[in-house]
Design a protein around this ligand. Sequence first.
Ligand code: ADP
Ligand code: MG
Length: 394
Amino acid sequence: MDFLPQDVAVKFRERFSAEPLLVRAPGRINLIGEHTDYNDGFVMPAAIDYGTYFALAPATDGVTEIFSLKFNETFGLDLDGEIIPVKNPSWVNYLLGVIHQLKQHGRLKPFKCVFGGNIPIGSGLSSSASVECGFAFALNELNKLNIDRQKLVLIAQWSEHNFVGVKCGIMDQFASMMSKKGHVILLDCRSLAYSYSPFQLSEHSLVLCDTRVKHALVDSDYNTRRQECERGVARLQKHYPEVRSLRDVDEQMLRNHEGEFEGKEFNRCLYVVQEIARVQSANHDLKNNNLAAFGKKMFETHRGLSELYQVSCEELDFFVDIAQKHTGVIGARMMGGGFGGCTINLVRNEAIDEFITALTKSYQSSFGKEAGIYRVALENGVSIVREHDLNMIL
Ligand code: ADP
Ligand code: MG
């Protein structure tokens, strides 16, 4: 079930008879730059208008309680006690890791919290980062800790690494916290330097098409890809000692030593090196307001992910194939780690309905499955929701 900010606010008042601080924490997409983060490359994420919403207020009875609307479960804890991961409920670990880190910045007052949202879980829109970021931001506000956003990004990521056990890159938390409405972020995963580029979408829209599949072996395949990249780097280091990661490699360097690579290593490295260059050049397309050129690069990325990096799957290829044949779609690719999840599509406004119908019908008839469809707009990073904004939503 989906929840909006007003649902969370209403539930909070009902339960705790108090006025809460309301925080909105968005999910994110990544326009281009896939599997580049762990190779020290660039990514281009942006926050979207789907989010997790938090209502918090100091506890008048001194007892800290967190209520998840999604799971209809309450978790109570003593903030002054030891904060460690729990077996059940698993959703609370995303939050406990944040508390663990924030406690090092000052004493946290007991609080009441209700939260819920409308990001589809596990579809690659990073509901987990939004949970961590929204909660970290809200507690920072409530306790006046004055921690800046970039530090909160690291706290959120720390929580996912250490309390959830997922060794994610920095992109998801960065996008949820730092995004700017109508813009994408060009993020350098090596230095964490970043810049914003306007993403002007007057005649087009972004449509996500969810295959609703997640194939097995995702984690082991992910690890193999990482190892193949590392082995490629080790081979090149013999000739170019200054190379630290594929970020320091260009296509010519790779091709000069193609014969020395084994198995699929060459193809894996070629994809990454091309993709790192493609993100930078796609950023120039945006600066030149050339959305058509940008869209073409999305198709190129998909081909690389499917043929060279081999992290696509039948369903994702099917979606991109339909998009590529549709005259109203100017760019499409699989988004995220791969083997399932969503494609991201850049679609002319007047063609959206027809494209969605065509895709959902063919998916149903060829795979017997129902596609999920999310039209998304680019939003600000985590923010406070004011009563005024809420009235506008109501
Ligand atoms: P995603 O790709 O959406 O980030 P993850 O598996 O990384 O998928 O994270 C999903 C997990 O995050 C959920 O299983 C749940 O524990 C937690 N989570 C996400 N959204 C919510 C929510 N609205 N309420 C409670 N927990 C949530
Ligand atoms: Mg996640």
